[in-house]
Design a protein around this ligand. Structure first.
Ligand code: R5P
Length: 303
């Protein structure tokens, strides 16, 4: 029996930086695993650390989730086989949350199906600002213990240190939850616009009324920057009402294809994201926010 009851943190490929930060916060061991692709595209997975009786934390951000799920599932299953007591998935970005209803007849509600897959792999899950729009909580679809932590305090801290006289702008009603929280913590004013999306890349955003904030620095805040159409349209509108170039802050740096370049070219002064998806725009570290939930699991599962 393993006498070491420190948690052990495994990084799925590409998650090494976040996993190291998290292991440091948790005073946990770094897990060793060999995960790679065979020439035919199948996944090879081998655990090299002793995990018996231990809380194993798997760090795996889930953008481009299709290719990430199989290695994650194999590692989780193998850890269980090797005697790990509890498998916690730390997924700084959780995918498939936006398809949360049938918009057109015959569509799959993939957020539910993906939740089923994750619940078959892990014993608990923690993520950051997941896209809860038509759902109140992750527990509606995730049947394992779960936690959706908020990056607001970290984003507000960054704004306070880096932006002179900010006025926060949320591009659509869904962003109100993030923008209002960040604004309160940053002690800054905020406004929320209206967005109409007519296609993946077709978005229109209402014109902001910011006459009394002309000398402020606009700071756009949204959860996800994907095609960046939402941000780009808002940047253009701010320009058209005479505001200076905005700082764009996204929690999750999805950035599909050329979105980063296009957003820069649209007139954003600075583009900043949290480190939930590794990206050159990462400037806000949220790894410390994972600690309390994971520690509480350790106390429960190893008692
Ligand atoms: C919308 O529901 C989200 O909160 C974001 O506004 C959206 O995902 C951004 O997408 P895009 O960058 O493709 O406009």
């Amino acid at each position: 029996m393993n006498e070491n009851n420190r948690p052990i943190v495994f990084a799925l490929p590409g998650n090494e930086v976040f996993a190291r930060l998290l292991a440091k916060h948790l005073i946990a061991d770094d897990g060793e695993a060999d995960i790679r692709l065979f020439p035919d595209g199948e996944t090879y997975s081998r655990v090299l650390s002793d995990v018996e009786g231990r809380l194993a934390v798997l760090v795996c951000t889930l953008f481009h989730p299709n290719e990430k799920f199989v290695p994650l599932h194999f590692l989780a299953r193998n850890l269980k086989t090797l005697g790990a007591k509890h498998i916690c998935l730390a997924a700084p970005y959780l995918a498939y949350m936006r398809q949360d209803k049938v918009f057109q007849t015959g569509e799959a509600v993939t957020s539910e199906y993906f939740a089923d897959l994750i619940c078959s792999s892990a014993d608990s899950i923690i993520t950051v600002d997941t896209h809860l729009h038509r759902r109140d909580s992750l527990s509606e679809i995730y049947t394992i213990p779960n936690k959706n932590i908020h990056a607001a305090s970290k984003i507000a801290g960054w704004i306070k240190q880096n932006v002179r006289e900010p006025i926060l702008v949320g591009p659509d009603s869904e962003s109100r939850q993030w923008v209002s929280d960040v604004a309160r913590k940053a002690e800054a004013p905020f406004t929320v616009l209206e967005k109409i999306r007519t296609g993946d890349r077709d978005v229109s955003v209402s014109l902001p009324e910011l006459t009394s904030y002309r000398d402020h620095t606009p700071v756009l805040v949204d959860d996800i920057i994907s095609t960046a159409r939402t941000m780009m349209e808002t940047v253009r509108n701010l320009k058209s009402v005479g505001m200076g170039p905005p700082v764009c802050i996204g929690v999750h740096a999805v950035f599909a294809e050329d979105a980063l370049v296009e957003l820069k070219e649209s007139g954003a002064e600075r583009i900043v994201t949290c480190n939930t998806i590794p990206h050159e725009s990462n400037a806000i570290d949220v790894s410390g926010l994972f600690v309390a939930f994971i520690r509480s699991l350790g106390q429960q599962s190893l008692a």
